[in-house]
Design a protein around this ligand. Structure first.
Ligand code: C2E
Ligand code: MG
Ligand code: MG
Ligand code: MG
Length: 288
């Protein structure tokens, strides 16, 4: 740990000077306490199933309400958590909270699968796998785990074996950020994944770029050939939603439908029906 911190200090100093370094060290130290102090909270972002015109699942995204810095987003602390091993406690907390929130949703008549982001280091951690499985099995919760292909690369056999353990107890595996990292068709073939999420890198400029539609379309076809459902992330416009629908994309997620929101806001969102009207509009020309 000391060694890796020193390394990180050296790197950060090169890039952005001393303040950034102190910041990172402080933030990493605070994070350990944040989990106990209940400073973390979850927001949920719905995925809309286009053909069914339904929200079938949501993604849980962690946020940190820091006592002096205010809201801190995951890209600023997940890497620190991975390095310090706080990621284990953080992720188990996320799973527990998602299980509770899923019960609250079910009590209100909303039966949704909740997807949780799982850091690569955890796929090599037998103790984490055991504890996560125990939580899911004892609760009977319907969860999904989002993983990136990059996280499989260090120890593909071990990671794939652990993903199978998750899949065997009913956890749906989704490949996150597809196309943005080190994508390998060899892994795609072996992963026990039921969903493939196309990275927003290819989606946010879908209708203004020449190449993105070609990449997205062939990715959808590839995923379907492998019997996976496709989610497009980063859908921000009606035009992008319409094009994705024509291309046969199964689900969309993005600011157009909803930003990540607190549980109360999610319940409100599910009950006011606006998104159904939007999805119905888009399908209308094809249903006729
Ligand atoms: P991700 O899993 O790929 O999540 C998607 C990110 O894109 C989220 O950022 C979300 O707020 C953002 N996003 C959603 N729709 C749109 C859109 O229409 N346009 C644009 N431009 N962005 C959109 P966020 O919440 O800041 O999370 C960033 C990353 O942090 C996540 O990427 C995920 O890798 C990681 N993360 C979040 N929560 C957790 C967690 O509980 N555990 C772990 N290990 N990682 C997490
Ligand atoms: Mg994700
Ligand atoms: Mg993603
Ligand atoms: Mg991402």
């Amino acid at each position: 740990l000391v060694e890796s911190r020193t390394e990180r200090v050296a790197v950060a100093r090169d890039v952005s000077g001393d303040t950034a370094v102190i910041d990172q060290i402080e933030l990493a130290r605070d994070l350990t306490l944040a989990i106990e102090r209940e400073e973390l909270f979850l927001q949920y972002q719905p995925k809309v199933h286009l053909r069914r015109q339904q929200i079938t699942s949501v993604e849980a995204l962690v946020r940190w309400n820091h006592p002096t810095r205010g809201l801190v987003l995951p890209n600023d602390f997940i890497p620190l958590a991975e390095e310090s091993r706080d990621i284990v406690a953080l992720t188990l907390w996320t799973i527990r909270r998602s299980i509770q929130d899923q019960k609250t949703l079910a009590d209100k008549g909303h039966d949704l699968r909740i997807f949780i982001n799982i850091a690569g280091v955890l796929l090599a951690d037998k103790r984490f796998v055991r504890r996560a499985c125990a939580l899911v099995e004892s609760s009977g919760a319907r969860l999904g785990f989002e993983i990136t292909e990059t996280s499989v690369i260090r120890d593909p056999e071990g990671a794939i074996a652990n993903l199978k353990v998750f899949a065997d107890i009913g956890i749906v595996i989704a490949i996150d950020d597809y196309g943005a990292g080190l994508s390998s068709l060899a892994y795609l073939k072996q992963l026990p994944a039921r969903e493939l999420k196309i990275d927003k890198l290819f989606v946010t400029q879908l209708t203004s770029s020449n190449r993105d539609p070609l990449i997205v379309r062939s990715t959808i076809d590839l995923a379907h050939a492998l019997e996976m459902e496709v989610v497009a992330e980063g859908v921000e416009t009606q035009a992008a939603m319409a094009l994705l629908s024509v291309m046969g994309c199964d689900m969309i997620q993005g600011f157009l439908i909803s930003r990540p929101i607190n549980l109360d806001a999610l319940i409100h969102f599910l009950e006011d029906g606006k998104y159904q009207a939007m999805a119905a509009d888009i399908r209308a020309p094809f249903n006729r």
